[in-house]
Design a protein around this ligand. Structure first.
Ligand code: KE4
Length: 431
């Protein structure tokens, strides 16, 4: 029986709507695509979150990725406690920024120099500006369904017409901006070749999530990333991997090392802040030397390299570096849940796809494999919403969108996995 009281969350959501657009500080948190009112959390520890009504939830969102160690990890908390009375911010260079940059350079194959910013959006926006400044070219190619934050260049839908010129998909994004973003279909190398040939010598960069999370998990077809690398090499285009989600999650050396394709620039976020606001972009030395004040491409930030955030991120990353068992644990927990749900769905005769890699997985309510955004859009969203709401009432917090990935932390033990699978079996019966 679901004993599930969320009165405090409901009251808070009503109040929040008086002061905050949509009652939330990031749209997806409002549960619009899954129905129901958002839950307001009060605390979290290990694999659990606790809401304002003291309901406990097994956490499969982990702050959309950052909390790979689990919440309130002592090693990270102690690192921040050690410096918290040294002031929160100086606006000057600090030692921890040097140590953090060195760690990222040593960990991520494409990164020879790196700049810290405050979010994944800042990282991708800056990487695009740098690519344009370095190449002297204006256009970028992105892939429908890949999300790179809310920078204007990325809030673009596929336009009509064969060459799929971009059109704004948010008011406030100008036609002028949109015309410089070309839309391609993920996994469609021929279309990318067509776009490059019909926009000869105008393309500065191709940007993508090397393994997507923002249209659910999609692992690229064999040869797709290698093909993009070759196109970029042949045409003087920079290849940018947006690893804000996959960076330090799919392996300590990120997805690029797993996939064996090295981009010219990489964008990072989420895990590198350990839950504090941190983004970063980095790449080949000769390209990064174009970034101000070393070079002419301007980018700045009052709280970039903030000491508390750097210490949280540095502790998280150094723990991951020194404890590879963290990845094994999170990956095994993911596989157990993905396999368990797959078995349940099959036994219950429910059409589904499950895409899983490392400690990320997505349950698509779709009869066909999801290989691109059109595929993701053809999922049964209503069924996902019902499943989400049922799991929530049973104390399992999934990402509130079919277009997302479940993020698994190393704090997931057999008890939590059991809770998830018991809840999913009951929830699937209710569909
Ligand atoms: P932020 O600006 O939200 O830190 O990062 C933007 C971003 C860039 N690149 C990728 C691959 C991302 O996944 C994101 C942000 N991810 C979403 C969830 N899919 C954040 C959740 C939200 O928007 O509230």
């Amino acid at each position: 029986m679901d004993t599930f009281n969320i009165d405090r969350s409901k009251n808070l959501f009503e109040r929040a709507n008086n002061f905050i657009p949509g009652g939330v500080n990031s749209p997806v948190r409002a549960f619009k695509s899954v129905g129901g009112d958002p839950i307001f959390m009060k605390s979290a520890n290990g694999a659990y979150m606790y809401d304002q009504d003291d309901n406990a939830y097994v956490d499969l969102i982990n702050s959309w990725g950052p909390m790979i160690l689990g919440h309130n990890h002592p090693f990270v908390v102690e690192a921040v406690e050690k410096v918290i009375r040294n002031s929160f911010s100086f606006g000057t260079p600090t030692e921890i920024e040097v140590e953090m940059a060195k760690l990222v350079v040593e960990a991520v194959p494409s990164v020879e120099k790196v700049r810290m910013v405050n979010s994944g959006t800042e990282a991708t926006m800056s990487a695009i500006r740098l690519a344009r400044g370095y190449t002297g070219k204006d256009k970028v190619i992105k892939f429908a369904g890949c999300y790179h934050g809310h920078g204007d260049s990325f809030l673009i839908a596929a336009g009509s017409g064969a060459v799929t010129f971009g059109v704004p998909n948010s008011p406030g994004v100008t036609e002028g901006t949109a015309k410089d973003t070309l839309l391609a279909t993920f996994n469609d190398l021929d279309q990318v070749k067509e776009l490059v040939n019909s926009n000869k010598s105008e393309i500065a960069a191709i940007i993508l999530e090397p393994i997507t999370g923002n249209m659910g998990v999609i692992i690229p077809d064999e040869g797709f990333l290698k093909g993009l690398r070759e196109i970029c090499d042949d045409h003087g285009i920079l290849l940018i991997f947006d690893e804000v989600m996959t960076g330090f999650r799919l392996s300590y050396n990120s997805a690029q090392s797993l996939l064996g394709v090295i981009p010219d620039l990489s964008c990072l976020g989420k895990i590198i802040g350990g839950g504090m606001p941190v983004g970063a972009y980095g790449g080949k030395r000769e390209i990064m030397e174009y970034v101000s004040p070393a070079g002419p491409v301007y980018q700045a930030g009052t709280l970039s390299g903030n000491p508390l955030a750097m210490n949280a991120g540095f502790a998280t990353l150094s723990y991951l570096r020194d404890h590879p068992e963290v990845y094994e644990k999170a990956d095994q927990a993911t596989a157990k849940m993905a396999d368990g749900m797959k078995q349940q769905l099959t036994e219950k005769g429910i059409t589904h796809q499950i895409a899983s890699i490392g400690s990320m997985f997505t349950l698509f309510f779709n009869p066909n494999p999801v290989r691109d955004f059109e595929g993701a859009k053809s999922c049964d969203m209503e069924r996902f919403g019902k499943f989400f709401r049922s799991m929530l009432r049973k104390g399992v917090y999934l990402p509130p969108s079919q277009y997302e990935a479940m993020f698994v932390s190393a704090a997931m033990g057999s008890e939590e996995i059991e809770k998830v699978l018991t809840a999913s079996s009951e929830s699937l019966n209710e569909l």
